[in-house]
Design a protein around this ligand. Structure first.
Ligand SMILES: [Zn+2]
Length: 285
């Protein structure tokens, strides 16, 4: 089943007088949505006890949960101490995910930090291979790590790089952030053909099964010379991308991704707009 929801709590959540993550699943459900992404952007600071309490609330409402691993992750780094920390950030995200009752952890692959791009990618692939060996040895094989396409040009994670990373192991899924892809290509996602090119390349690169259940981030994003500048809301009419052409293709290709809105403050409303657009086209079939 395709699923839609907000990434992080938004303005509507606060306006409803809500503040704790335990209250999120009922809010998500009341808004006609299915999933929520919990962000550990600045570190995994959630006790097992609290995570299990949150997990119980999500289970009882039938709302799905994914996590976003800390932003400090860099699988392309050279420093062995920092690389060990990178492994730790993703493993502690996976542990929290277990207590929360989910099975998807999104991560930003890394950055060359001034090194030649291909050299950095070679290091990233080798480190990611080591990580996945530990992942399987530790018995995480009922969970997925999702490698995200990045919005800034100097970050690793264009579509080709994400394909290369996803092919390292069965338990790596693509997290296609269409706003990021659009931003790093200065607005290339205009119509159905542009989205079709992305989906076809991805299917060709990683196979249908991983694309069918892929992870998706979607928001409109302002961009400049270096790519991503800032996340916008669906009110934006300048930068895009628009969701509707993608909605048509998700129906046509019978894809069932988890789709999270990363709009700036309007995540639940914009997730609902995407869900409505998807079902408008699904019901026309
Ligand atoms: Zn991200």
């Amino acid at each position: 089943m395709i699923k839609f929801g907000p990434s992080g709590t938004d303005v509507a959540f606060a306006a409803a007088g809500l503040s704790h993550t335990v209250e999120v699943p009922a809010f998500v459900k009341a808004n006609g949505l299915d999933i929520f992404e919990y962000s550990f952007s600045r570190g995994v600071r959630l006790s097992r006890e609290t995570a299990e309490k949150i997990g119980d609330a999500f289970r009882s409402e039938g709302v799905g949960i994914s996590v976003h691993a800390p932003y400090f992750i860099n699988f392309a780094g050279e420093d062995p101490v920092k690389l060990r920390a990178t492994f730790g950030y993703l493993f502690s995200s996976l542990d929290a995910l277990t207590y929360l009752g989910g099975d998807r952890a999104v991560f930003h692959p890394g950055s060359p930090l001034g090194a030649p791009r291909r050299e950095a990618m070679t290091r990233l692939i080798a480190s990611m291979n080591d990580f996945m060996d530990e992942f399987y040895a530790a018995g995480y094989d009922d969970r997925y790590v999702c490698a995200e396409t990045m919005g800034k040009i100097n970050q690793l994670g264009d579509l080709d790089e994400v394909i290369e990373i996803v092919n390292i192991a069965d338990n790596i899924l693509p997290c296609i952030d269409f706003g990021h892809l659009n931003a790093r290509t200065y607005g290339s996602l205009k119509g159905k053909d542009d989205y079709r090119a992305v989906l076809d390349k991805l299917i060709d690169g990683v196979g249908e099964e991983k694309v069918r259940k892929m992870h998706v981030h979607f928001s409109k994003i302002e961009y400049g010379k270096g790519g991503e500048i800032r996340h916008l809301t669906f009110e934006d009419e300048v930068y895009g991308p628009d969701f509707e052409p993608l909605a048509e293709l998700l129906v046509e290709y019978r894809l069932e991704p988890w789709i999270l809105s990363e709009s700036a403050g309007t995540q639940s409303a914009d997730a609902k707009t995407m869900k409505n657009l998807y079902f408008k086209h699904a019901n026309n079939k």
